[in-house]
Design a protein around this ligand. Structure first.
Ligand code: NAP
Length: 310
């Protein structure tokens, strides 16, 4: 099925970036269509208590926050379609977006498909997700005051997460599979000079161990000695990279070597009329509030673009 007349604006993605863009565009009476995708609501749908989103002094559960954002977007006339985009064609105008059984055409597009945290692929990781396993120290670090935690990874994210966690935790172990970090030198220096951080080299996480409720430790395989030992920790932070959701965008807009959407100017992509917001173009901040802020900016830019190109 092909929609007959082109839409003003299509938003692809239903996390804080996409929904904030939808709220602004709907209030501007541009009748946005939001393609929500399968992982509807984004990463906050798998988050428990969110304590750093302004406006909720007691915190709010991730799914409840997303439910509020959806209601707010719909209240002003956003049409939400629970469809997944398969392909796009931005080489001609109006742009073409194919999702499930529908082919949409649109004068402008906002990309807000987010990213997913890379995981180790262990069953125990799923079992203890939200019960000691996390991918966000900024979100969950405060739960580990005077406890022992481990950060997995050897890049800038792992260094940053480990440093941040020393504000709360008694000891922070960085578990790395090799004998050298890929993180920038300055980030490494901060790690090595922090007395609360201990580095465990050449070690792979074989299992996350725990009781019925929470994580109690890690089974670590040392690739030099061939031994597996248990390290007692109360929390595990995975910092082994994120994967931006840009598979369907290949050749449509410029992507960097990691697959993030390149932004030559703020929320503009390499294609005029296609804007971007949130983690899909942000390997650094990765916060709900920064994604929402970018969603607002993308909506305002799209609105201006539409008024100048009618
Ligand atoms: P990254 O640079 O890709 O590093 C991922 C780390 O995780 C690597 O050390 C890698 O080990 C390890 N790893 C990957 N898969 C693993 C697995 N299955 N098991 C165990 N370890 C695994 O990712 P990132 O640290 O998230 O950084 C992404 C980008 O954002 C980078 O360009 C980074 O510089 C940037 N960033 C910048 C800042 C900042 O400037 N403040 C902060 C955060 C991120 P190997 O080294 O062995 O491959």
């Amino acid at each position: 099925m092909t929609e007959s007349s082109p839409q003003n604006v299509l938003i692809i993605g239903s996390g804080p970036a996409g929904l904030t863009a939808a709220i602004y565009l709907a209030r501007a009476n541009l009748k946005p269509i939001l393609l929500a995708g399968v992982q509807f609501g984004g990463q906050l749908m798998t988050t428990t208590l969110v304590e750093n989103y302004p406006g909720f002094s007691e915190g709010i559960q991730g799914p409840a926050l997303m439910a509020e954002m959806i209601k707010q977007a719909e209240r002003f006339g956003t049409e939400i379609k629970y469809e997944t985009v398969q392909s796009v064609d931005f080489s001609k105008k109006p742009f073409v977006v194919k999702a499930n059984d529908t082919t949409y055409t649109s004068k402008s597009v906002i990309l807000a498909t987010g990213s997913t945290a890379r995981t180790l692929g262990l069953e125990s990781e799923q079992k203890y997700w939200g019960k000691g396993v996390s991918t966000c120290a900024t979100c969950d670090g405060a739960f580990y005051r005077d406890r022992k935690v481990a950060v997995i990874g050897g890049g800038d994210s792992a260094m940053e997460e480990a440093n941040f966690l020393t504000r709360f935790a008694e000891t922070v172990y960085i578990i790395h599979r090799r004998d050298a970090f890929r993180a920038s030198k300055i980030m490494q220096e901060r790690i090595f000079s922090n007395p609360k951080i201990k580095v465990v080299w050449n070690s792979e996480v074989r299992e996350i161990v725990g009781n019925e409720q929470v994580v109690t430790g890690l089974a670590l395989f040392n690739s030099l000695t061939g031994e597996t030992t248990t390290l007692d920790v109360d929390g595990v932070f995975l910092a082994i990279g994120h994967v931006p959701q840009t598979e369907f965008l290949k050749d449509a807009v410029d992507l960097d070597v990691h697959g993030y959407v390149v932004t030559p100017d703020d929320v503009h992509t390499s294609v005029e009329g296609v804007f971007v917001a949130g983690d899909v173009s942000d390997p650094v901040y990765k916060q709900a509030i920064t994604a929402a802020g970018m969603g607002c900016k993308a909506a305002i830019r799209a609105e201006r673009y539409l008024s100048e190109n009618l």
